[in-house]
Design a protein around this ligand. Sequence first.
Ligand code: SF4
Ligand code: SF4
Length: 315
Amino acid sequence: MEIAFIRLTSQCNAKCEMCSVWQRKPEFFSIEGIIKLLSSLKEMGINKIIFTGGEPTLYSEFSRLNKYLSDNCIEFGVITNGSVLVNRWNKIFKYIEPKFVVFSLDGADRDYHDRNRKIDNLTNKVIEGINFAVQKDVKVIINTVITKDNFRLIEEFASADFMKYIIEWHWIPVKFVPRLLLSIKQWQELFKSYKKIKKENKKLNIISPFDFIENEIAFTKFAKGNYTSKFYNKHSCYISKNMIFIDNNGDVFRCNACDYNLKKDVYFGNINVKEAKEIINEAKDNILDKPKCAHCDPRNQLFNREEKIYEGWFN
Ligand code: SF4
Ligand code: SF4
């Protein structure tokens, strides 16, 4: 295991309908807490970190954290809504820059994305952030939450100029919000768009729920928000060979899906109660046999293999 996925804070300045994190009490790691954790992780050989939130770039101690990362040669990436990234870049990444930035962007359509995330001018800020990161030679990934409100925007999105810079485009189907689920027909329509985009732009590296399916019968389940259980009826989960997820309250999970319904299978303990090293040693190489997870995130496919295929994230 070499990667830790850490929710630095649950604080966020967006209020996305499909997200529950901003509805949580805003909490964050203390600087002492995160440094202690990173130090334990490094001793265990885990020195590649993905910071998520909430909005990690709002973390008030990021400059001190950044110095620690630099002093200890710890590589990192951030997942961000892009709202304050360019403004804060020089301050929060003063000592070491991220290896990659994952921008949340639900469409190149400004009206849609700004309205959905409830931040004015956000699409422009994300595009500015993408261009800024590319100039700095930092790799860029886009996360797009697919809902019934934006799936028809996907072809236009794929043709946006800035997409030529993207090393991966993650299509993440909406979970837990029935109003936003696509119907079977809408999944069929999106699948056509997906095939068209792949044909027209072979360089676009799309990671999507379509990677899990054997045939279109899967869309019956997709329409109920069940994207991967069919896949995980047959396959095991290897993610603990590659990474671990740590929430800002100290909870340690197998993955970022953090599904409290699956708690007994995906939860390993809390680092405020037990030493992080002890918890992670138990979690390490813990293979979950055919877990039937319904909401596995397509992003986890990057890690959820026996072989390591996540090189693009850090190299
Ligand atoms: S930007 Fe991300 S963390 Fe913030 S509310 Fe939206 S989905 Fe949640
Ligand atoms: S949601 Fe995916 S990565 Fe997480 S435990 Fe289930 S199969 Fe593994």
